[in-house]
Design a protein around this ligand. Structure first.
Ligand SMILES: C[S@@+](CC[C@H](N)C(=O)[O-])C[C@H]1O[C@@H](n2cnc3c(N)ncnc32)[C@H](O)[C@@H]1O
Length: 166
């Protein structure tokens, strides 16, 4: 089974459109699975704070390094690619989507605010991926696009459709 784990502060938006049509049928058939992790559950203060001012300075707020680090450590015990959705990331291509669909699955991290604390990117070996040259308000819709692009290439889905190339 192709396994996806998503880390987000908005777990309620999943599976959203991924529960419909072929992706939804493929999930129901056990071709892929979705594990939604609420980053806020790893905050330790009574207000469940997930944002902070950037450690290196700069405007706005970023997702806290300690909270996000704990969420990643609790979720990612295998070697699935760890993708951080980011407008500054490497643009996603069809070739990359095909390679990801051939693998074991994905760990997807959805940013919010002005992004995430930079220290987590290196410390947890995150790969920054962009779905286009524009800025969304959060990584959730970008994560859905990545998953949708991969799921349509899974063997179970391919067997149910005419052509993935088209
Ligand atoms: C308002 S944006 C952050 C913008 C911030 N100035 C930066 O450069 O990362 C909040 C979050 O949305 C997601 N996001 C925004 N645009 C995206 C894109 N084009 N591709 C992938 N993720 C995106 C990322 O997870 C990002 O952390």
């Amino acid at each position: 089974m192709w396994r996806v784990s998503i880390l987000t502060i908005l777990p309620e938006v999943f599976p959203g459109p991924l529960s419909a049509s072929l992706a939804g049928k493929a999930m129901a058939a056990g071709a892929w699975s979705l594990d939604v992790v609420d980053i806020r559950a790893f905050a330790t203060d009574k207000h469940r704070t997930v944002d902070d001012t950037p450690a290196g300075g700069g405007p706005g707020m970023v997702m806290k390094a300690d909270v996000l680090g704990r969420a990643i450590d609790a979720t990612a015990s295998d070697d699935r690619p760890r993708l951080l959705l980011s407008p500054r990331g490497v643009p996603l291509t069809q070739a990359r989507v095909e390679a990801l669909a051939r693998g074991a699955g994905l760990l997807l991290i959805c940013g919010r605010f002005e992004g995430i604390d930079e220290r987590v990117i290196g410390a947890r070996s995150l790969e920054e991926v962009s779905i286009g040259d524009y800025v969304l308000s959060g990584g959730e819709i970008a994560a859905m696009a990545v998953i949708d692009g991969c799921v349509r290439l899974l063997p179970w889905v391919m067997g149910s459709t005419a052509s993935s190339a088209e």
